[in-house]
Design a binder for this molecule. Structure first.
Ligand code: AMP
Length: 171
């Protein structure tokens, strides 16, 4: 995991002052490490009865789509509001200041689907929790949430209550 950590770049004060942004683009540029991340995820989830892999916009798409391909499962896009063209379901969640909304097409998950949720990073857990609620609204079951990076001090996994969180690298 130290190997993976080396390819996560700290960018102070992005997107606003006081935030230390964990940039995963060096990891994507280093093909061995990118493959290692996907291999670790696929080993963990192979044969676990997953029907769909859901990725959270936008860095979550990168990992979710490759993982869906490798696991031979379908891919679900969880997007920020206003991006999806068809009939949608929405979930609004609290941010530090104000709220945000994520959406999914209403046919993206069917009743009884077993879904793996994927994002690049778990911070406060607000986004992933809202995504889990969307999937559950459609009758799906979230088997686990998988992240490349977890910012443990923000206690995001506590917010996910009832859904397991798995991360490769912790800060
Ligand atoms: P949260 O809802 O607080 O768990 O935030 C998770 C989402 O925001 C993920 O999609 C991350 O990509 C992004 N995010 C939050 N904090 C950071 C950070 N410090 N560095 C990089 N991405 C972040």
């Amino acid at each position: 995991m130290e190997e993976i950590k080396k390819y996560i770049r700290d960018v102070p004060d992005f997107p606003k002052p006081g935030i230390l942004f964990k940039d995963i683009t060096p990891l994507l540029q280093h093909q061995e490490t990118f493959r290692r991340v996907i291999d670790l995820f696929s080993k963990r989830y192979e044969g676990k009865g997953i029907d769909r892999v859901a990725g959270i916009e936008s860095r979550g798409f990168v990992f979710a789509s490759v993982l869906a391909y490798v696991l031979k499962k379908s891919l679900v896009l969880v997007r920020k509001t206003g991006k999806l063209p068809w009939k949608k379901v929405s979930e609004t969640y609290d941010l530090e200041y104000g709220t945000d909304t994520i959406q999914m097409h209403e046919d993206a998950v069917s009743k009884g689907d077993r879904v793996l949720l994927v994002d690049d990073l778990l911070a406060t857990g607000g986004t992933s929790k809202a995504a889990c609620q969307l999937i559950e609204k459609m009758g799906g079951k979230v088997l686990e949430c998988a992240f490349v990076v977890e910012l443990e001090f923000l206690k995001g996994r506590e917010k996910l209550r009832g859904v397991e969180a798995f991360s490769l690298v912790k800060f």
